[in-house]
Design a protein. Structure first.
Length: 247
């Protein structure tokens, strides 16, 4: 049961310009976005990241660049399945203009019925993204064990769709979820159910690191045994440990 760490790319020039970027090439991080990306390695210090996976779009590459420089030993991968939704003919247009389109009401109120002209449906977007994170979760588990983490850099709608799936929410409710630029969302999949550990977090992440293995001296000096305390992340109702706590 590795830990899936989803980071949305830092603030981009399209964000500040009010554009629906989609797969438009050349969309970079703005000054604040670069500052957000530079802070990411420090936020993840101590977290055992076994691999990084990113959307192929430029803004995601720029977001993970400081982490890659700080942790050059971590294998880096690209996966188109976590690339931005293909907004087709809407790509690159101003959101203020798109708000007048009848389809925008469907996108906001009934996204499972929304398909972008010349692009893809939101149902397809969710299906491919969830398939990708499940695949990478299984791969990291097989190669690195249950205490490893995979860091994935993607986009707002993609992350919201993945969260909705993890929570058992219908896609029509995913617009209730908010994830800001360079925020971190953490999911842990288990044989029983997924657990959402962080959502849109912009603070510290060090507590995601697993605790050190107890020594013989630790065992002799405690009464409750492993998992009896209220660790940083705590346990779960059915006894499946969340990251950093539980038995």
């Amino acid at each position: 049961m590795p830990t899936l760490i989803l980071v949305r790319h830092g603030r981009s020039t399209a964000n500040t310009a009010g554009l629906l970027a989609g797969w438009t090439p050349g969309v970079a991080l703005d000054e604040l976005g670069r500052e957000q990306a530079a802070a990411l390695p420090g936020r993840l210090a101590g977290v055992p990241v076994a691999a990084t996976v990113r959307s192929p779009l430029q803004r995601c590459g720029e977001t993970l660049a400081p982490f890659a420089a700080a942790r050059p030993d971590v294998p880096a991968h690209t996966d188109e399945r976590i690339g931005e939704c293909d907004y087709g003919d809407w790509s690159g247009r101003k959101l203020s203009e798109l708000n007048g389109e009848p389809l925008m009401t469907t996108v906001q109120q009934h996204p499972s019925a929304a398909a972008f002209p010349g692009g893809e449906s939101m149902r397809n977007m969710q299906t491919r993204a969830v398939e990708a994170v499940r695949d990478w979760d299984a791969r990291v588990a097989a190669e690195h064990g249950p205490d490893a983490a995979v860091l994935m850099c993607s986009h707002g709608d993609i992350i919201k769709a993945i969260v909705a799936d993890a929570l058992g929410m219908h896609l029509d409710l995913f617009q209730r979820i908010a994830v800001g630029p360079c925020s971190v969302t953490v999911i842990r999949y288990t044989p029983h159910r997924p657990f959402l550990l962080r959502l849109g977090d912009t603070g510290e992440l060090a507590s995601l690191a697993p605790p050190p293995a107890p020594t013989a001296a630790d065992a002799e000096g405690t009464d409750g045994g492993a998992g009896s305390g209220d660790g940083a992340a705590g346990g779960t109702a059915d006894g499946v440990a969340a990251v950093g706590g539980g038995s």
